[in-house]
Design a protein around this ligand. Structure first.
Ligand code: PGA
Length: 329
């Protein structure tokens, strides 16, 4: 086995990831015969087959599965070493794998924009999915860091808040409730409601808000996207409750109204999280420090950005900061 080279392990890893020799060859800029040759040499070194082909699909054998597990360990360690070495040279380079819940896509990319300008050597991969799927990834330790509305109780994680997240009730501008003040939650549940899919953090928080008041929403439609919900609200299909962040791009169109409902907004916070016991990469640590400064940015910098239309944290819910900086949003 010791005769297996790192290159062979790299080829093996790419085949497992893509489930295909051809795609692995493309990624590594190798020809397919070279890929087959490398795997043959690795198989000879191990003395057992690593893959089996059934129909057009390739599967790992038991030996292949064991090798894959060890391989992941080896490459993580290499990556970590490369980052440490880069750090010693005074450079921040490496890869940051982020996974965030659907609604966080309204501000995380903008935060990343500022981060990338500060650290151009850091490569980022961003996965966006709903809470249920993000929790699954977290449990399997598939990424460096996670951003979600509420840390899970069922998984042991380190989690910290870094930004406000207010959930507000939305209606179309022409809705009869649009100009009312002090609307009761009881009145809201009489209206058809457009809800996020089950497994969504927004949905869990919204249902909790009404069930705490002994009320049940009249769900007319379930949609897996904030954007689709906003369009349906604008189209007059019903009301909804979504994060204020989802309004960032709509502010100028004015087709949606935030309703004045007793007990709303639901005040939540965005959390970053990672599995307890996980050793964070240097790049992930740098990003965390940056995120922790983000709440400070909300007060010190966002209004400056709002002025030039590039606020990374819009919509800023910090009214005092907005007034202080004369923010026009
Ligand atoms: P969601 O999560 O996008 O899955 O609704 C948001 C949240 O947890 O607040």
């Amino acid at each position: 086995m010791r005769h297996g080279t790192l290159r062979q392990l790299e080829v093996f890893e790419a085949i497992v990831r893509y489930g295909s020799y051809t795609r692995a060859a493309e990624e590594l800029f190798l020809t397919q015969p070279t890929v087959s040759m490398q795997i043959k040499k690795l198989t000879d070194a191990v003395g057992l087959p690593l893959f089996e082909q059934i129909g057009k699909k390739i599967y790992l054998t038991d030996a292949g599965k064991e090798l894959h597990e060890m391989n992941q360990d080896i490459f993580k360690r290499f990556e970590r070493f490369e980052m440490i070495a880069a750090d010693m040279k005074g450079m921040k380079t490496g890869k940051l794998r982020l996974a965030v819940v659907t609604t966080a896509k309204y501000f995380v990319p903008r935060l990343l924009g500022m981060f990338c300008r500060q650290y151009p050597g850091i490569e980022i991969s961003l996965k966006v999915s709903n809470r249920a799927h993000i929790l699954e990834r977290l449990a399997n330790n598939q990424d460096d860091l996670y951003v979600l509305g509420q840390p899970p109780k069922e998984i042991d994680v380190i989690a910290e808040t870094f930004l406000e997240n207010q959930l507000v009730a939305l209606a179309s501008v022409g809705h009869p409730l649009a100009n009312e003040r002090g609307i009761t939650p009881k009145r809201i549940v009489k209206e058809p409601f457009l809800s996020r899919e089950s497994g969504s953090g927004t949905r869990i928080a919204t249902e909790r808000f009404f069930s705490e008041r002994g009320l049940k929403l009249k769900i007319r439609m379930e949609l897996g996207s904030n954007e689709a919900i906003k369009q349906a609200v604008i189209g007059g299909l019903g009301l909804s409750i979504l994060s204020h962040h989802t309004l960032a791009l709509d502010a100028p169109t004015g087709q949606l109204v935030v309703l004045d409902v007793e007990g709303l907004p639901i005040n939540r916070y965005w959390h970053y999280a990672y599995p307890a016991g996980k050793q964070l990469s240097i790049v992930a640590q740098v990003f965390l420090e940056y995120l922790q400064r983000a709440s400070q940015l909300l007060v010190d910098v966002s209004c400056h950005y709002a002025d030039v239309g590039h606020c990374p944290l819009l919509p800023c819910s910090n009214k005092k900061a907005r007034i202080k900086a004369g923010c026009r949003t």
